[in-house]
Design a protein around this ligand. Sequence first.
Ligand code: SF4
Length: 452
Amino acid sequence: MIDHSVFNNKKVVFHTLGCKLNFAETSAIGRQLADDGFVKARPGEQADVCIVNTCSVTDVADAKGRQAIKRLIRLYPNAIMVVTGCYAQLKPDEIASIEGVDLVLGSNEKFNMLDYLRSFDKTKKEFVHRSDILKIKEFKPSCSRGDRTRFFLKVQDGCNYYCTYCTIPMARGHSRSGAVAETVQAARQAVAEGAKEIVLTGVNIGDFGRGNGESFFDLLRALDKIPEEVRFRISSIEPNLLTDEIIRYVASSRRFMPHFHIPLQSGTNEALQLMKRRYNRELFAEKIQTIKTVLPDAFIGVDVIVGIRGETDELFRQSYQFIEGLDISQLHVFTYSERSGTKMLEIDHAVPVAERKRRSEMLHQLSAKKTQAFYNSQTGKTVQVLWESRSRDEKMTGFSHNYVRVERSYDKNRINQVETVNLGGWNEEKSALISLFPPVERSLPTNVVNLR
Ligand code: SF4
């Protein structure tokens, strides 16, 4: 039995997998533990407690979770090994069977971490604590801070959509969110702690305010009014919840960046129906059109899943053609994997794994073309860049307001600062555009005129 007083200076290690939401929640747990005397173990230092916050969006995510857990058990043999997150919620026994795991906590139990550590007893057989996730109504706010330039503010959790390929509703429960006022307060707190950019994150953020008479649009307008200088980004939002009102508001807003991340998943209505998505491809194309009309330089990232059950060669061909015709900047390509407990398993037609891989490669190549075209369209433009840390060789990078990665010569005074620059051509690695003003300390590629 560990009593409270011995937490002082106890060393803790965190390992987070998966989405922005998980990072925000790990940060919140870290804060709770720090308030109770825990300190983060430095690299190479042994830890008393090791906490792994897992993801379970695909089979690959589960496998990565198992690998990370086993590696950390080897690295910290004396630590209390705690595993939580979506994988722990969906398959607790699979994790409990890993030799060296001491505590398995369901998705909602992670917020009671201190209680579980206080009552931890290595001799106790029962160490799996599930969450009755579909009964959870309470929203637990959290925000990642300090370990990144960009702060992730959790504004919503859970989902009521039950798309046929997805396990997230079973891992995180029903859709829930805080109130606009407390969310605005959390954002202002993050700014007070140094945030220059805040990413609004959740599972289905467009569903914010469900059940308490507020809406995501209300939240945007309230955040846009806070007096502090800060940039906001909207993370992934369902196309049917991305209203034209929201798009036009972002276009007129000073704080919300022209950057959208919208899950399409497939470019045919047949496949969208198999997935039980809540829009058709015509609606999706209209959203892209509306964005590009009011924000021609907006960055648009789009999620696509390849190889779902029922995706015949012909459906994939049509989907590819549709996506090819969209004026977007990047694709996030996911390869479908069978998930136990999902309705899609009732569809007989399974796409062979090798074919899923081939389709994924085709969409990755298409994505690279789209990103190249978008970046080329930005050369010569004036943008506001939030500089991050050092990249390499006396250079540093950051992202522009419209999510272009930009490079300049390193200057430590500019970390976490916003600067207006002109965009030049690609850097040598073709990983960023170079900033021209202020000029970079080296000869410019031939295709860019020096504006000095
Ligand atoms: S909207 Fe669909 S894919 Fe997204 S979390 Fe909800 S059920 Fe999963």
